[in-house]
Structure formats: C-alpha cells, structure tokens
Ligand binder design. Structure first.
Ligand SMILES: Cc1ncc(C[n+]2csc(CCOP(=O)(O)OP(=O)(O)O)c2C)c(N)n1
Ligand code: SF4
Ligand SMILES: [Mg+2]
Length: 256
C-alpha cells in the first residue's frame, strides 16, 4: 500500500523524525493488512518540525495549532467513534504550550493515541529550551545553560491517569512500529513518548544509542503501576523503552 505523499520532505538529513515517519507508515500498513479500513485513520499534528509529518503520510489528516492536538482528536472521536485518531506533537508543543490539554486527555481516557516527538528543544524556532531540556542546556534563550530541571513526561502521564504509557526511540523504528500498533489497539488514552534526536539543535543519537534498552525484554510487569513509576525514574545509566504500563478504565466517549 502506498502511504507516501508527493509533498517535499524538508526535514534535515539525519533528523530523528524520519524514524518516526517510517514507524507510523509501517504501523498503519500492518493494521490495514490486519483488516482495519484505511479510511478509518485520521492523523493530526501540532506546530513545529514534527508537525510536518501529516503532510508525509497518505491518510486523512489535520494540521492543528500549537499544543491543541488532544482536543482536536477528542472532537473527532466524539463526532465519529469509529475513527482511529492518532496525534503527533512536539515536546515544546505539548509539554510546554499545551500541557493542560495532555493532562486532561489522559484524565478523561478518550480513545485517542498521542505520539510525542521529544527532541527536548523548540527546533522549528531554532533552538529554545523546552520542558524536557536537560539542566544546563545551551540554546537561543539559554545561552549560559538552562537553570531548570526537566519534567518527567512518563511519570506525569502515569499520575494523570493515562491507561497506556510507552516510550520509543526514533533510532529503533521497528520497535517503535510495534509500540504504535499496541497504542492504537489499546482502548483508551494511549501515550507514546519518542526519543527523537534533532541533529541541528540537540543531537542525542550517541547518548541514546548507548543507553536505550527494551524494558519488556527484562520481564517488566506492565500491569504494575509502582513498577512503571520506578522505571520512569531510570535515566542516568540506562534509558528504558517499551510499554511501561497498561490498564483498562472507563472510556470517555462510551458514556458521553
Ligand atoms: C501559539 C503559538 N505559539 C508559538 C508559536 C511559535 N512556534 C512555532 S513552532 C515552535 C516550536 C515547536 O517546538 P516543538 O513543539 O518542540 O516542535 P519541534 O520543532 O521541536 O519538532 C514555536 C514555539 C506558534 N506557532 N504558535
Ligand atoms: S531542525 Fe532538528 S527537528 Fe527540525 S528537521 Fe532539522 S534535525 Fe529535525
Ligand atoms: Mg521539540
């Protein structure tokens, strides 16, 4: 199936967004082969380098506004429960500008999937620090290094009530594809944080290639909330990717 488009791709060569694009195309392709009609998929994005992804995948799509992908998807889902709604957001987009929308979507448990391209920088606007930039991050707005500590998106989503919480790495598109498929199949709010190197403003390939490991290959219990919170704290020595937590809860639109 042809999921590419004729839009010119303007991402920088080597950008982590390419890995996410490969993963989403292959995930949709697999799901269509499993029997889901292609017409049921709708994707939406925020604003930033990541957001261009909607131009590059040949399914129904909507380019939304900064930080507002969760309410956009929620509206689609309430209008037509049969749609499969997948949103793409940047770290600046959703952990800064639209963070309240993300928290409330998790709390509400609408059946939508959010995929976050986390390059820990406002990239399209050329390098300001975001909520996930590490302490000491040097950029346009923090020339002497950020003095703030980053937020922990995994813990934030776990305590906000997200019923599917996972992390992937743009450098492992095959693994990410499987995570996206699981997220889409999960009934309820699915959150997939993606570690995404930005080769221009925050090149993290070396660190992630060295530290990333699959927590699901080490017997992590995805039904254990406390274990997921503990895994979410791992970062300095090793960085876990995979499904952290999955549970079932009342889905918003079933009762709306
Ligand atoms: C309401 C609003 N505020 C600010 C901007 C300016 N703006 C456009 S892209 C961008 C950076 C986006 O960063 P991020 O979400 O991390 O995406 P990335 O470019 O890193 O993929 C900003 C601040 C905007 N377009 N709209
Ligand atoms: S600036 Fe960074 S995030 Fe944006 S396209 Fe280039 S490498 Fe990718
Ligand atoms: Mg960013």
């Amino acid at each position: 199936m042809r999921l590419g488009t004729y839009a010119e791709n303007t991402w920088c060569p080597g950008c982590g967004n390419f890995g996410i694009l490969t993963a989403i195309k292959n995930a949709i392709n697999d799901l269509v082969l499993e029997g889901i009609p292609k017409e049921k998929f709708v994707i939406a994005s925020g604003i930033g380098c990541h957001a261009k992804i909607v131009d590059y995948v040949n399914v129904n799509s909507f380019y939304s506004i900064h930080g507002r992908v969760p309410p956009t998807l929620t509206g689609m889902k309430l209008a037509n429960k049969d749609l499969i709604t997948i949103g793409f957001a940047g770290d600046g987009d959703i952990y800064d500008e639209g963070i309240s929308h993300l928290i409330h979507a998790a709390k509400r448990n609408t059946d939508i999937t959010m995929i976050i391209h986390d390059n820990s920088v406002f990239a399209l606007t050329t390098g300001q620090f975001t909520a996930t930039s590490p302490k000491g991050f040097k950029g346009k707005s923090t020339p002497f290094g950020s003095i703030e500590s980053p937020i922990n998106p995994m813990k934030l989503m776990l305590v906000s009530g997200a019923t599917f919480v996972a992390r992937g790495y743009a450098g492992k598109p095959e693994h990410l594809k499987e995570l996206i498929k699981k997220a889409v199949k999960h009934r309820g709010f699915s959150f997939v944080e993606v570690l995404q190197p930005c080769v221009v403003f925050n090149n993290t390939y070396e660190i992630y290639n060295k530290k990333v490991y699959d927590l699901n290959a080490e017997g992590h219990d995805i039904s254990n909330f406390e274990a997921a919170m503990k895994k979410a704290d791992e970062w300095k020595q090793r960085i876990p990717i995979g499904t952290f937590y999955e549970t079932q809860a009342q889905v918003f639109e079933d009762h709306y």
